[in-house]
Write a protein that binds this ligand. Structure first.
Ligand SMILES: Nc1ncnc2c1ncn2[C@@H]1O[C@H](COP(=O)(O)OP(=O)(O)OP(=O)(O)O)[C@@H](O)[C@H]1O
Ligand SMILES: [Mg+2]
Length: 250
């Protein structure tokens, strides 16, 4: 279990995260939704260990990891802009994190991962020769190859649309369920948040507006912000959500 206790963060004296309290069970997928600038990326970076928090603590499987380095936490992230190395080909990007750590993923597991993400035909292409969806899959493979204890995804689907978006969404869901990988996925698409995750975390101006199952968020929005942000963006009446998501989600 990952537990965040009273996490607070200021940038230049401005409160960015305000007393964030949260528990995520092992193997759960949590989607994080919120307006631009609400603190989503900052929260992921704090969990990852690259941004220090001002106060609060992070407990992972009963151990306080607040002061543990990013490397020793063993979590990993797919960044909002993929952050691939342009001078390396796709394959070298994927195995980059494995340098001097060949124990992280076996050659067989790596091959399976590359197959599953349908990257075999693209391995020796340079990054600028890849499409958005291919870059996204390379970034995902690079992160998964390090066998993270927690997978953090910052808007991994935002640059994609149509069929490729659906395919990658399906793959992320399949991988996280197969490996029972605790996952936090930031999205600005309410439909994506409601259909991909076990729990939805809605954040507004650095505070948690609501944290609950997709069903709870849809049926019992805790406040006006949740109601407007989720339901208005879905552009459908609450009664119709049943038809959209089916029994599993409402
Ligand atoms: N390194 C930094 N220095 C100063 N301010 C920062 C820094 N990083 C983020 N901020 C500020 O913190 C706030 C939250 O930023 P953050 O990137 O976490 O938002 P976000 O919810 O991820 O937004 P988006 O949906 O646009 O990605 C913003 O006001 C941003 O300007
Ligand atoms: Mg962000």
């Amino acid at each position: 279990m990952l537990e965040l206790r009273n996490i607070t963060k200021k940038f230049d004296g401005k409160l960015i995260l305000d007393e964030i309290n949260l528990k995520i069970g092992n193997g759960e997928i949590v989607s994080m939704l919120g307006p631009s600038g609400s603190g989503k990326t900052t929260l992921l970076n704090i969990i990852l260990g690259i941004t220090p928090m001002d106060s609060g603590c992070i407990i992972f499987n009963d151990v306080d990891i607040s002061k543990v380095s990013m490397k020793d936490r063993g979590f990993n992230i797919v960044f909002q802009d993929y952050a691939l190395f342009p001078n390396l080909n796709a394959y070298k990007n994927i195995v980059y994190g494995l340098k001097n750590k060949p124990d992280l993923v076996t050659p067989k597991e790596l091959e399976e991962l590359i197959d599953f993400l349908e990257l075999k035909p693209h391995l020796y292409k340079k990054i600028h020769e890849l499409s958005g969806g291919q870059k996204q899959r390379v970034a995902l493979a690079r992160t998964l190859a390090t066998k993270p204890k927690i997978l953090l995804l910052d808007e991994p689907l935002s640059a994609l649309d149509g069929v490729i978006k659906e395919t990658i969404k399906g793959k992320i869901k399949a991988i996280t369920k197969q490996y029972k990988l605790t996952t936090i996925i930031v999205t600005h698409d309410p439909e994506e948040a409601l259909t991909m995750a076990d729990k939805v975390l809605i954040i507004d101006k650095g505070k948690i507006s609501q944290y609950g199952s997709p069903k709870e968020v849809v049926h019992q929005p805790k406040n006006k912000f949740v109601e407007e942000f989720i339901l208005r963006q879905l552009k459908i009446k609450r009664d119709n959500i049943y038809n959209l998501f089916g029994e599993n989600y409402v």
